[in-house]
Design a protein around this ligand. Structure first.
Ligand SMILES: Nc1ncnc2c1ncn2[C@@H]1O[C@H](COP(=O)(O)OP(=O)(O)O)[C@@H](O)[C@H]1O
Ligand SMILES: O=P(O)(O)O[C@H]1O[C@H](CO)[C@@H](O[C@H]2O[C@H](CO)[C@@H](O)[C@H](O)[C@H]2O)[C@H](O)[C@H]1O
Length: 472
């Protein structure tokens, strides 16, 4: 079944408990916005369909969160829009995107950078339409919705704790897969841009970990979704770790100062193990056995084949990489491996270290390019370990001169920390670890080819190493 969201159109005015439907306005809305979206959407960092033309849009839902025809102030429109694109082997279905659009008759200069354009016809004729997250008034209104939860049009707001009012918002300008607003350095709201039916693991797993008492992951305080049998998770509000720095910056800092990163890597290994232990307890999964092991290997091989079609530089290494996967099938008779829900895209940028040295993990969405069903699938925990091992390699390779021993020492320290806290050393199953590291490096080749071609040599160097000496 396609993962694109089902069509559900409601234009709801912002007054709580009063929903007004206006089919004429709905019908005119998207055609009037489409020329602006055609120009704006593909330029966004979070647009997943880069390199393929957008042939049209369809409206999944529209909710007027603040009246669009209000006399003075801005209007706020929440849209779920499906972008139609020619299908692609790895991208067979159209994607559904979440847009929060502001509308004003005149746009203050400070919002100039957020402008999509001026609308010429339809319900928004004559209005400047812009990305509402950049407008402090509208960002504040979003926080108000979380403070007073409930339904609004096709949206439902939930919270687990009281939230203070009037926290000044600022949009994060980081290169992200989604968009985030920080409120008063107390909370961070992540707005998912590409949305799927089914609870997003970035809500599901932190909620489960919070219930389990795991303090290593900021627990969601509030969230909003488009309800239904398969709800679409739209945004999550969580505590903001104000004095924390991410592991990528810290590792590059250490490299720049000619320092090792061993106590940090060891502590990060322990943190990963603690999160894994809590996840395994909160969401138990049966062990991976016989046929399932073969399916795991088949999925890895399939991803390798798809990646080598998209990035021909991989082709000479395919036999060696395949062998790394097949080594896992050959071990199948041993009786299987533990598997569980995992982070799914663990790297140094997803680890935040507070000033007192305490590591936290964030962003449990999994690899953004994979279908949600796959991202929610239990996996051997070594999958996350492999992700972090790759990250130490990335950090070392992005520093000149390259010192492979720096990465090797970090990788060992991380595994030692993991073993201390879990009682199981990831290096004890070298075939499984190597297969997962290979799978990750293949993903990275595809990711870099698409998003950052200058970085392609980094995962390609790992591919050469992992494919072994027989590769061309
Ligand atoms: N709870 C938090 N506290 C502090 N900073 C955070 C927190 N959550 C996210 N961030 C910052 O926001 C950035 C983007 O968050 P992330 O969840 O990785 O979003 P995306 O999926 O869009 O990449 C992170 O790299 C981090 O710098
Ligand atoms: O953080 P995201 O969820 O957006 O993850 C994606 O982007 C990451 C890059 O920002 C990418 O990570 C790769 O590059 C990192 C250095 O920039 C490195 O530390 C990671 O090990 C490497 O995988 C990630 O793969 C991608 O999903």
């Amino acid at each position: 079944m396609s993962e694109a969201a089902s069509t559900h159109v409601t234009l709801a005015k912002s007054t709580r408990n009063s929903t007004t439907h206006d089919r004429t306005r709905e019908g005119a809305l998207l055609p009037s916005l489409a020329p602006l979206l055609h120009a704006w959407l593909p330029r966004q960092r979070w647009f997943a369909g880069k390199g393929r033309p957008v042939t049209g849009f369809s409206l999944v839902s529209a909710t007027e969160m603040l009246p669009l025809d209000g006399a003075a102030g801005p209007g706020l429109l929440h849209l779920l829009v499906r972008a139609h694109q020619p299908p692609h082997a790895e991208h067979p279905a159209d994607d559904c995107y979440q847009l929060l659009l502001g509308a004003r008759t005149s746009l203050p200069p400070l919002l100039g950078g957020a402008l999509l354009g001026r609308v010429e016809q339809g319900p928004l004729a004559g209005r400047a339409v812009y990305d509402a997250l950049h407008d402090p008034r509208l960002a504040d209104l979003l926080l108000e919705r979380f403070r007073r939860p409930g339904s609004l049009g096709s949206l439902r707001f939930e919270r687990t704790a009281a939230i203070p009012a009037g926290l000044p918002p600022r949009v994060l300008d980081a290169e992200q897969s989604n968009s985030s607003i920080v409120y008063g350095d107390a909370y961070i709201l992540k707005i998912f841009r590409r949305v799927f039916p089914g609870t997003n693991p970035d809500l599901e797993l932190p909620l489960a970990l919070g219930r389990e008492g795991c303090g290593r992951v900021p627990a969601p305080v509030a969230w909003f979704e488009a309800p239904g049998p398969q709800p679409l998770t739209l945004g999550v509000l969580q505590p903001f770790l104000r004095d924390a720095l991410d592991g990528w910056r810290l590792a590059l800092g250490a490299l720049g100062e000619g320092r090792d990163f061993l106590p940090e890597a060891r502590a990060l290994g322990r943190t990963t193990a603690e999160v894994h232990t809590a996840l395994a307890a909160a969401l138990p999964a049966p062990a991976l056995r016989g046929a399932q092991t073969r399916q795991l290997v088949a999925r890895m091989t399939q991803r390798l084949e798809a990646a080598s079609e998209a990035v021909p530089a991989l082709v000479p290494y395919v036999p060696g990489l395949r062998a790394a996967f097949e080594a896992v099938t050959d071990l199948g008779h041993r009786g299987g491996w533990a598997q569980q829900r995992v982070h799914g895209d663990l790297h140094l940028g997803q680890a935040l270290r507070s000033a007192d040295g305490f590591w936290s993990l964030i962003d449990f969405e999994g690899e953004p390019a994979r279908p949600l069903s796959e991202r929610r699938r239990p996996s051997p925990p070594v999958r996350d370990v492999a992700g972090m091992l790759r990250s130490f390699d990335y950090a070392a390779r992005s520093h000149h001169p390259w010192d492979p021993r720096w990465a090797a020492r970090c990788r060992d320290a991380y595994c030692e920390g993991y073993a201390q806290a879990s009682g199981s050393d990831p290096r004890g199953e070298p075939e499984l670890l190597r297969a997962h590291e290979t799978d990750k490096a293949v993903y990275e080749v595809l990711y870099e080819a698409r998003h950052r071609p200058d970085w392609l040599p980094v995962p390609m160097a790992a591919i050469q190493r992992l494919a072994g000496p027989a590769a061309a």
